[in-house]
Design a protein around this ligand. Structure first.
Ligand code: ZN
Length: 319
């Protein structure tokens, strides 16, 4: 009976929300397969003067084995417990003048979401901490693309206000777009009414090349500066990002590895995730990072990477 009641309330919730239109477009001039680089050393030899700014948009409450699997050998005690962790959004300013936002963080106000209708992930932030407020303070007038690593509420509930203010093309993997369109999305953490908006989406699959260590990788500007990496498992179409910045290469795992220890011990966790696939993605990221001396790693929700009160961090400096 309880299960039926849950199913009925979920259906009612779906019917009640205005979901907006999802239109698939092809607007990116991806690097063609015929022009694929021979390897990452060729990419690293030509870094780009991109500027990267990290915005701490708020926090999400997670734990219970979601951030990390505490049963994996070596994982320090206590890391699998419930805790508030930071939720990030990143601005990448390309030398061409185009701006890319990597995820949109948590929205202002109520922003929690659920997995399987039972596991709650509440969010919180302070007034002015949401990404639109922070971008406005930085005088950012345009966002050309928004890379959605995945559509969980702590990464995408800020999407609606971004669409209203900037109307970027949203880049996500085809599997993630399918998951977003599914009538079952509310059970998988895709609380669409929080970012319901007419949106133009393009599948990163349009640009996927076959690259060493990681497999599918798409070169957004065709100049090797911003790469979208297929790292499924946490969600069906999760993506990570590699930034080939002149200030130093940066590999952003996003939720392929929530914590530094999730990466170090290859210990992905989480209800609803395919943990075998997630573990394989961490192995690929590790192999890629090992082939890039000096690469900086940024994890999905690692509290020790965002200490102090600052909610805005320059990750690169322009030359
Ligand atoms: Zn997630």
């Amino acid at each position: 009976m309880a299960g039926l009641a849950v199913a009925v309330s979920a259906t009612a919730a779906l019917a009640a929300c205005d979901i907006g239109e999802i239109t698939e477009v092809t607007q990116v001039s991806w690097r063609a397969a015929a022009d694929a680089p021979d390897g990452w050393s060729e990419v690293l030899a030509k870094p780009s003067d991109i500027k990267v700014t990290a915005y701490v948009t708020g926090e999400v409450f997670a734990g219970g084995g979601v951030l990390i699997d505490p049963s994996v050998d070596g994982v320090p005690e206590g890391l699998g417990e419930d805790q508030w962790v930071p939720s990030l959004s990143y601005l990448v300013q390309h030398p061409s003048g185009q701006n890319v936002l990597l995820d949109s963080g948590v929205r202002a106000g109520e922003c929690g979401y659920q997995i399987l209708l039972v596991l709650d992930f509440p969010c919180r932030n302070k007034p002015g901490q949401d990404v639109v407020s922070q971008l406005s303070r930085d005088g950012i007038d345009t966002i050309d693309f928004l890379v959605a690593t995945h559509f969980h509420g702590d990464h995408a509930s800020g999407l609606g206000p971004i669409m209203t203010r900037y109307d970027p093309v949203i880049l996500a993997s085809a599997d993630e777009i399918d998951a977003l369109k599914s009538p079952l999305r509310e059970t998988q953490g895709y609380r669409y009414e929080q970012f319901a908006a007419d949106m133009r989406v393009e599948a990163a699959d349009n640009g996927f090349l076959e690259m060493p260590y990681i497999g599918k990788a798409a070169d957004l500007f065709g100049d090797g500066s911003v790469w979208l990496l297929a790292t499924p498992g946490h969600t069906p179409g999760h993506m990570s990002v590699f930034l080939n910045a002149a200030a130093g290469p940066v590999l952003m795992t996003f939720d392929a590895a929530h914590l530094e220890a999730t990466y170090r011990y290859n210990a992905p966790g989480g209800l609803g995730a395919d943990l075998d696939v997630a573990s394989d993605s961490i192995s690929k990221l590790t192999a890629l990072a090992d082939a890039m001396p000096g690469v900086a790693l940024v994890f999905g929700h690692e509290p020790t990477q965002w200490t102090g009160d600052a909610i805005r961090h320059d990750l690169t400096t322009t030359k």
